[in-house]
Design a protein around this ligand. Structure first.
Ligand code: ADP
Ligand code: MG
Length: 264
Protein backbone atom coordinates (compact mmCIF):
# COMPACT_ATOMS: atom_id res chain seq x y z
CA UNK A 1 0.00 0.00 0.00
CA UNK A 2 1.40 3.33 -1.02
CA UNK A 3 2.21 5.71 1.78
CA UNK A 4 1.48 8.66 -0.49
CA UNK A 5 -2.19 9.54 -0.57
CA UNK A 6 -3.39 9.29 -4.20
CA UNK A 7 -5.42 12.48 -3.77
CA UNK A 8 -2.28 14.34 -2.92
CA UNK A 9 -1.59 17.16 -5.29
CA UNK A 10 1.69 17.18 -7.16
CA UNK A 11 2.82 20.28 -5.33
CA UNK A 12 3.56 18.29 -2.19
CA UNK A 13 5.08 15.31 -3.98
CA UNK A 14 7.62 17.48 -5.71
CA UNK A 15 8.37 19.66 -2.73
CA UNK A 16 8.31 17.42 0.31
CA UNK A 17 10.34 20.02 2.20
CA UNK A 18 7.17 22.12 2.41
CA UNK A 19 5.95 19.78 5.10
CA UNK A 20 8.42 21.28 7.57
CA UNK A 21 6.38 23.42 9.94
CA UNK A 22 9.08 24.53 12.35
CA UNK A 23 12.81 24.73 11.77
CA UNK A 24 15.16 25.58 14.61
CA UNK A 25 18.87 26.09 13.94
CA UNK A 26 21.46 26.70 16.65
CA UNK A 27 19.16 28.73 18.85
CA UNK A 28 20.62 30.22 21.99
CA UNK A 29 18.75 32.43 24.41
CA UNK A 30 20.33 34.59 27.05
CA UNK A 31 18.40 36.52 29.70
CA UNK A 32 19.45 39.18 32.16
CA UNK A 33 19.03 38.21 35.78
CA UNK A 34 20.05 39.95 38.99
CA UNK A 35 23.05 37.63 39.13
CA UNK A 36 24.10 38.53 35.57
CA UNK A 37 23.56 36.98 32.17
CA UNK A 38 22.05 33.51 32.11
CA UNK A 39 22.11 31.19 29.11
CA UNK A 40 18.65 29.68 29.19
CA UNK A 41 18.83 27.79 25.88
CA UNK A 42 22.03 26.46 24.42
CA UNK A 43 22.56 25.76 20.71
CA UNK A 44 19.21 24.07 20.13
CA UNK A 45 18.48 22.56 16.70
CA UNK A 46 15.57 20.43 15.46
CA UNK A 47 12.77 20.48 12.99
CA UNK A 48 9.10 19.59 13.29
CA UNK A 49 6.97 18.52 10.36
CA UNK A 50 3.39 19.49 9.83
CA UNK A 51 1.03 17.13 11.64
CA UNK A 52 3.54 15.91 14.25
CA UNK A 53 2.65 15.67 17.92
CA UNK A 54 5.65 16.82 19.92
CA UNK A 55 6.02 16.93 23.68
CA UNK A 56 8.67 19.24 25.12
CA UNK A 57 9.69 17.84 28.48
CA UNK A 58 12.24 18.67 31.14
CA UNK A 59 12.45 19.77 34.75
CA UNK A 60 11.21 23.09 35.97
CA UNK A 61 13.63 25.80 34.81
CA UNK A 62 15.07 23.74 31.95
CA UNK A 63 13.92 26.28 29.35
CA UNK A 64 10.67 24.78 28.03
CA UNK A 65 8.52 27.92 28.20
CA UNK A 66 11.35 30.05 26.85
CA UNK A 67 11.70 27.73 23.86
CA UNK A 68 7.96 27.70 23.20
CA UNK A 69 7.81 31.49 23.36
CA UNK A 70 10.60 31.73 20.79
CA UNK A 71 8.92 29.24 18.45
CA UNK A 72 5.71 31.25 18.64
CA UNK A 73 7.53 34.50 17.93
CA UNK A 74 6.55 35.99 21.29
CA UNK A 75 10.21 36.72 21.91
CA UNK A 76 13.39 36.75 19.82
CA UNK A 77 16.43 34.53 20.32
CA UNK A 78 19.86 35.93 21.16
CA UNK A 79 21.24 33.93 18.24
CA UNK A 80 20.20 31.22 15.82
CA UNK A 81 17.36 30.87 13.35
CA UNK A 82 13.73 29.85 13.63
CA UNK A 83 11.51 29.40 10.62
CA UNK A 84 7.74 28.92 10.80
CA UNK A 85 6.56 27.64 7.42
CA UNK A 86 9.66 29.16 5.85
CA UNK A 87 9.14 32.55 7.49
CA UNK A 88 12.39 33.51 9.25
CA UNK A 89 11.20 34.92 12.59
CA UNK A 90 14.52 36.57 13.43
CA UNK A 91 14.31 38.68 10.26
CA UNK A 92 10.79 39.96 10.90
CA UNK A 93 9.70 42.98 12.85
CA UNK A 94 7.17 42.91 15.68
CA UNK A 95 4.18 43.51 13.39
CA UNK A 96 5.25 40.86 10.92
CA UNK A 97 5.71 38.33 13.72
CA UNK A 98 2.25 39.18 15.03
CA UNK A 99 0.89 38.49 11.56
CA UNK A 100 2.64 35.08 11.49
CA UNK A 101 1.05 34.28 14.84
CA UNK A 102 -2.40 35.24 13.63
CA UNK A 103 -1.99 33.34 10.38
CA UNK A 104 -0.39 30.12 11.58
CA UNK A 105 -0.32 29.80 15.34
CA UNK A 106 -2.64 29.08 18.25
CA UNK A 107 -1.07 29.51 21.69
CA UNK A 108 -2.49 28.01 24.87
CA UNK A 109 -0.96 29.55 27.98
CA UNK A 110 -0.78 27.76 31.30
CA UNK A 111 -2.41 30.75 32.96
CA UNK A 112 -5.20 30.98 30.34
CA UNK A 113 -4.72 34.75 29.76
CA UNK A 114 -8.34 35.45 28.92
CA UNK A 115 -9.50 39.03 28.73
CA UNK A 116 -11.51 39.54 31.94
CA UNK A 117 -13.89 42.19 30.62
CA UNK A 118 -15.05 40.02 27.69
CA UNK A 119 -17.44 37.05 27.73
CA UNK A 120 -16.26 33.57 26.76
CA UNK A 121 -17.83 34.10 23.34
CA UNK A 122 -16.15 37.47 22.84
CA UNK A 123 -12.77 36.08 23.92
CA UNK A 124 -13.02 33.30 21.35
CA UNK A 125 -14.32 35.59 18.58
CA UNK A 126 -11.35 37.94 18.95
CA UNK A 127 -8.81 36.08 16.77
CA UNK A 128 -11.40 35.88 14.02
CA UNK A 129 -12.10 39.57 13.91
CA UNK A 130 -8.38 40.36 14.30
CA UNK A 131 -6.76 37.66 12.15
CA UNK A 132 -9.36 36.87 9.59
CA UNK A 133 -11.16 40.22 9.61
CA UNK A 134 -14.40 38.29 9.79
CA UNK A 135 -17.44 40.49 10.51
CA UNK A 136 -18.43 40.50 14.19
CA UNK A 137 -21.71 38.68 13.74
CA UNK A 138 -20.17 35.80 11.82
CA UNK A 139 -17.19 35.68 14.18
CA UNK A 140 -19.60 35.21 17.09
CA UNK A 141 -21.28 32.38 15.23
CA UNK A 142 -17.97 30.57 14.58
CA UNK A 143 -16.84 31.23 18.14
CA UNK A 144 -20.10 29.77 19.42
CA UNK A 145 -19.54 26.62 17.38
CA UNK A 146 -16.03 26.29 18.77
CA UNK A 147 -17.32 26.66 22.32
CA UNK A 148 -19.86 23.91 21.58
CA UNK A 149 -16.97 21.70 20.53
CA UNK A 150 -15.11 22.18 23.80
CA UNK A 151 -18.29 21.47 25.73
CA UNK A 152 -19.11 25.00 26.85
CA UNK A 153 -22.42 25.58 25.10
CA UNK A 154 -24.12 26.64 28.29
CA UNK A 155 -21.40 29.09 29.41
CA UNK A 156 -20.87 31.22 26.30
CA UNK A 157 -22.03 34.50 27.72
CA UNK A 158 -20.23 34.16 31.07
CA UNK A 159 -17.18 36.18 31.99
CA UNK A 160 -13.95 34.36 32.88
CA UNK A 161 -14.14 35.15 36.61
CA UNK A 162 -17.30 33.06 37.08
CA UNK A 163 -15.88 30.08 35.17
CA UNK A 164 -13.95 27.23 36.80
CA UNK A 165 -10.29 26.63 35.94
CA UNK A 166 -11.22 23.84 33.55
CA UNK A 167 -13.83 25.98 31.85
CA UNK A 168 -11.42 28.89 31.49
CA UNK A 169 -8.85 26.57 29.97
CA UNK A 170 -11.47 25.33 27.51
CA UNK A 171 -12.22 28.91 26.51
CA UNK A 172 -8.48 29.52 26.08
CA UNK A 173 -8.21 26.44 23.89
CA UNK A 174 -11.26 27.42 21.86
CA UNK A 175 -9.66 30.83 21.33
CA UNK A 176 -6.37 29.24 20.25
CA UNK A 177 -8.13 26.97 17.77
CA UNK A 178 -10.96 29.01 16.33
CA UNK A 179 -8.94 30.48 13.46
CA UNK A 180 -7.77 26.96 12.49
CA UNK A 181 -4.07 27.49 13.09
CA UNK A 182 -1.63 25.09 11.48
CA UNK A 183 0.40 24.90 14.69
CA UNK A 184 -0.80 24.77 18.28
CA UNK A 185 1.67 25.62 21.01
CA UNK A 186 0.42 24.69 24.45
CA UNK A 187 2.41 25.44 27.62
CA UNK A 188 1.39 22.93 30.29
CA UNK A 189 -2.21 23.25 29.13
CA UNK A 190 -3.53 20.85 31.72
CA UNK A 191 -1.19 21.63 34.61
CA UNK A 192 -3.87 23.43 36.61
CA UNK A 193 -6.70 21.00 35.97
CA UNK A 194 -8.10 17.92 37.70
CA UNK A 195 -7.51 14.52 36.11
CA UNK A 196 -10.77 14.13 34.20
CA UNK A 197 -10.80 17.70 32.86
CA UNK A 198 -7.14 17.36 31.88
CA UNK A 199 -7.98 14.19 29.98
CA UNK A 200 -10.84 15.82 28.09
CA UNK A 201 -8.65 18.76 27.07
CA UNK A 202 -5.87 16.45 25.90
CA UNK A 203 -8.36 14.39 23.90
CA UNK A 204 -9.50 17.56 22.18
CA UNK A 205 -5.95 18.57 21.21
CA UNK A 206 -5.21 15.14 19.75
CA UNK A 207 -8.55 15.07 17.97
CA UNK A 208 -7.65 18.28 16.14
CA UNK A 209 -4.28 16.81 15.28
CA UNK A 210 -5.91 13.73 13.80
CA UNK A 211 -8.81 15.45 12.07
CA UNK A 212 -7.09 18.52 10.68
CA UNK A 213 -3.41 17.61 10.72
CA UNK A 214 -2.72 20.42 13.15
CA UNK A 215 0.86 20.38 14.38
CA UNK A 216 0.82 19.98 18.14
CA UNK A 217 3.72 21.19 20.30
CA UNK A 218 2.97 20.78 23.97
CA UNK A 219 5.15 21.59 26.95
CA UNK A 220 4.42 19.21 29.77
CA UNK A 221 5.94 17.45 32.73
CA UNK A 222 3.07 14.98 32.66
CA UNK A 223 4.67 11.80 31.33
CA UNK A 224 1.31 10.30 30.39
CA UNK A 225 0.64 13.24 28.10
CA UNK A 226 4.20 13.13 26.76
CA UNK A 227 3.80 9.45 25.89
CA UNK A 228 0.64 10.18 23.92
CA UNK A 229 2.75 12.30 21.56
CA UNK A 230 4.73 10.68 18.77
CA UNK A 231 7.89 12.54 19.65
CA UNK A 232 9.57 13.91 22.75
CA UNK A 233 12.11 16.71 22.92
CA UNK A 234 13.74 16.60 26.33
CA UNK A 235 15.55 19.64 27.73
CA UNK A 236 18.13 19.51 30.48
CA UNK A 237 19.34 22.87 31.77
CA UNK A 238 18.87 24.58 28.41
CA UNK A 239 20.35 21.78 26.33
CA UNK A 240 18.40 19.50 23.99
CA UNK A 241 19.18 16.26 25.77
CA UNK A 242 17.10 13.84 23.72
CA UNK A 243 14.97 13.89 20.61
CA UNK A 244 12.99 10.67 20.82
CA UNK A 245 11.78 9.78 17.37
CA UNK A 246 8.23 8.67 16.74
CA UNK A 247 7.29 5.25 18.09
CA UNK A 248 4.02 5.45 16.22
CA UNK A 249 3.75 7.52 13.09
CA UNK A 250 0.06 8.24 12.60
CA UNK A 251 0.37 11.70 11.28
CA UNK A 252 1.48 11.48 7.69
CA UNK A 253 -2.00 10.50 6.54
CA UNK A 254 -3.57 13.37 8.43
CA UNK A 255 -0.95 15.75 7.06
CA UNK A 256 -1.86 14.73 3.56
CA UNK A 257 -5.57 14.85 4.30
CA UNK A 258 -5.15 18.29 5.73
CA UNK A 259 -3.37 19.59 2.66
CA UNK A 260 -5.98 18.13 0.38
CA UNK A 261 -8.85 19.27 2.55
CA UNK A 262 -7.90 22.87 3.18
CA UNK A 263 -6.10 23.37 -0.08
CA UNK A 264 -4.58 26.61 1.11
P1 ADP B 1 10.59 25.98 32.25
O1 ADP B 1 9.43 26.44 31.45
O2 ADP B 1 11.26 24.77 31.72
O3 ADP B 1 10.25 25.81 33.71
P2 ADP B 1 11.66 28.62 31.66
O4 ADP B 1 11.84 28.63 30.21
O5 ADP B 1 10.48 29.31 32.21
O6 ADP B 1 11.73 27.12 32.21
O7 ADP B 1 12.93 29.25 32.34
C1 ADP B 1 14.23 28.73 32.17
C2 ADP B 1 15.21 29.48 33.05
O8 ADP B 1 15.36 30.80 32.58
C3 ADP B 1 14.78 29.60 34.50
O9 ADP B 1 15.93 29.51 35.29
C4 ADP B 1 14.17 30.96 34.55
O10 ADP B 1 14.26 31.48 35.84
C5 ADP B 1 15.02 31.73 33.58
N1 ADP B 1 14.33 32.83 32.91
C6 ADP B 1 13.46 32.71 31.86
N2 ADP B 1 13.03 33.90 31.44
C7 ADP B 1 13.62 34.81 32.23
C8 ADP B 1 13.60 36.23 32.31
N3 ADP B 1 12.88 36.96 31.46
N4 ADP B 1 14.34 36.83 33.26
C9 ADP B 1 15.09 36.09 34.11
N5 ADP B 1 15.16 34.78 34.08
C10 ADP B 1 14.45 34.12 33.17
MG1 MG C 1 7.42 26.79 32.01
Amino acid sequence: RSIIDPRLNSDVKHHPEKLVAIQVEHVTQIVKTEAGLLTVLNDISFQICQGEQVAITGRSGSGKSTLLGLLAGLDTAASGKIRIFDEPLQDLNEDQRARIRLDYIGFVFQSFQLLPHLSALENVALPLTLARRIPAKQAREFAGNMLDRVGLSARKLQHPRVLSGGEQQRVAIARALVHEPKIIFADEPTGNLDGQTANDIEDLLFELNREQGTTLVVVTHDLTLARRCNRQLHLVAGYLDADEQPHNIPSLASVLDERVGLGS
